[in-house]
Ligand binder design. Structure first.
Ligand SMILES: *Cc1c(COP(=O)(O)O)cnc(C)c1O
Length: 474
């Protein structure tokens, strides 16, 4: 049934009030940061089966339904939210998300979303500049002989890593797309890589055993001087190394690999350098923090999630390339109704992405950036990293607590006592209380409690209360 514009406006206003209360309650920490009733019970509470059977979810019932939905959603705007690397999204960007869903402009071809495509083009260029790469000229100013950077947004860092590795493969093995593999292409990566790298190896048909682990130091960071030895070892075992994947930063403890030295080793050996900056590339926007990625401009590709440090709703991941030429052969495939010679204005991202239909991700990141402004963005990223430093100071000052490494960013791992099982028991107890939400991780074979400080509203009081609560777990 058609919804009239007036009805739509009313429902939107009602929803706005629900979201406003949710935001107020969440920020005040007035409700638990998460609730996890059994799924069967929650389906009943939501009236899920009933609404599916009868339809007619509209008007006041719709507002009521969203109130219940929000009450059972995990509150990323709650100061006690410090569990995962997903951004506390900028509130205004949620409006952009709504507009994107409303217009449903599948912007991967310009004609299906000129404004959305343009904003993606613009934010990608801004990101290229932050890396230190040359932005792409406007489509009507492109010159065949000129080198520049390139990139696009995609649905998440995992897909972004897969796409960048496909590009690295196309660079080293141009015939692989059509003919498959001759020999055994090998990925060099630290054991502390994100699991999406292993998945990519599996999906690409290389096999996960085609990942040869690089030597790392006591903090799980790549030792650049040992890359050549790993290259030789992998080659002697019958492999053909073609890419090094470095972390900026790693997921477990948030440490950055030394990119400049790694890039020099890769250049020497003729290897593609892919930097997985899904979490940590956000440091590039801050003059104070960008040294963490020193040398990143020497890499060939970079993945950067805006839905982590850049306060943007999930998912919004950038894949960036130093040289647009390297990107050209990634997908050699024709779909004649989409990929005809351009006789229209604009730029089509579709040739470069796994997705055919794609959401207006550029609008999301653009709205965050344009709302915060350059200084607001820097303040946001620096605030999260300062919270990491603050948490580390508070933790080391307490008896019984210890840190495996000094944090470099807003990810902080620690433990209370020395027993692995105890860390899991602590997390269960803290989550039951509902004031704080944290995660755990394995690092060098031991279990640690883990904070990802994504919410700028988290403060010293929140952190002290968390440590008090942990110390009080029997
Ligand atoms: C989060 C993360 C990913 C995966 O990104 P998604 O957007 O969750 O798919 C990949 N690599 C690193 C280092 C990450 O921290």
């Amino acid at each position: 049934m058609t919804v009239s514009p007036a009805e739509f406006e009313d429902e939107l206003a009602a929803l706005g009030r629900e979201l406003g209360s949710y935001l107020g309650e969440s920020r005040a920490g007035a409700t638990p940061v998460l609730r996890q009733p059994p799924m069967r019970v929650l389906a009943e509470t939501l009236g899920a089966q009933r609404w599916l059977d009868q339809g007619g979810l509209q008007g006041p019932a719709l507002a009521e339904f969203f109130r219940t939905y929000l009450a059972h959603s995990t509150r990323l705007h709650h100061p006690g939210y410090m569990a995962h690397q997903v951004a506390t999204p900028h509130v205004r960007t949620a409006l952009a998300h709504l507009v994107d869903g409303f217009t449903n402009n599948a912007m991967n071809i310009y004609e299906m979303g000129p404004a959305a495509s343009t904003l993606e083009y613009v934010v990608i260029n801004r990101m290229l500049e932050w890396v230190g790469w040359t932005p792409r000229p406007w489509p009507d100013e492109l010159e065949p002989g000129r080198d520049h950077g390139a990139g696009f947004l995609t649905h998440g860092g995992s897909l972004a890593n897969l796409t960048a590795l496909l590009t690295a493969r196309a660079h080293a093995f141009p015939s692989a797309w059509a003919e498959g593999y001759v020999g055994r292409p090998t990925i060099l990566a630290p054991a502390a890589n994100h699991y999406s790298v292993e998945r990519a190896a599996g999906i690409m048909g290389l096999g996960t055993r085609a990942i040869h682990h690089l030597e790392t130091d006591a903090r799980d960071r790549i030792v650049p001087e040992r890359i050549a030895a790993a290259y030789r070892a992998a080659s002697e075992a019958g492999g053909t190394p073609f890419v090094v994947v470095a972390n900026a930063c790693d997921t477990a403890v948030g440490l950055y690999d030394p990119l400049r030295e790694i890039a020099a080793a890769c250049r020497e050996l003729g290897l593609w350098l892919h930097v997985d900056g899904a979490h940590g590339a956000g440091a590039l926007v801050s003059p104070k923090l960008r040294h963490l990625l020193d040398g990143v401009a020497e890499a060939d590709s970079l993945v950067w999630d805006a839905h982590k440090l850049l306060a943007t709703p999930s998912v919004c991941a950038a894949v960036l390339f130093r040289n647009h030429r390297d990107q050209a052969g990634t997908f050699r495939q024709e779909a004649s109704y989409l990929f005809h010679d351009k006789d229209q204005p604009g730029f089509d991202f579709i040739a470069h992405t796994v997705e055919c239909t794609k959401a207006g991700l550029g609008l999301r990141l653009f709205t965050t950036l344009a709302s915060l402004g350059p200084q607001g963005l820097i303040a946001h990223v620096e605030r999260l990293v300062e919270l990491g430093q603050l948490a580390a100071r508070l933790i080391s000052a307490r008896p019984g607590f210890s840190l495996p490494v000094e944090p470099q960013t807003n990810i902080v791992c620690f433990r209370y006592g020395d027993d692995d099982e105890r860390q899991l028991a602590i997390r269960r107890a803290v989550l039951r209380d509902g004031d704080h939400y944290l995660s755990t991780t394995m690092f060098r074979g031991r279990r640690y409690l883990r904070l990802a400080l994504m919410n700028p509203d988290t403060n010293e009081r929140t952190l002290v209360a968390l440590l008090d609560a942990i110390a009080a777990v029997p």
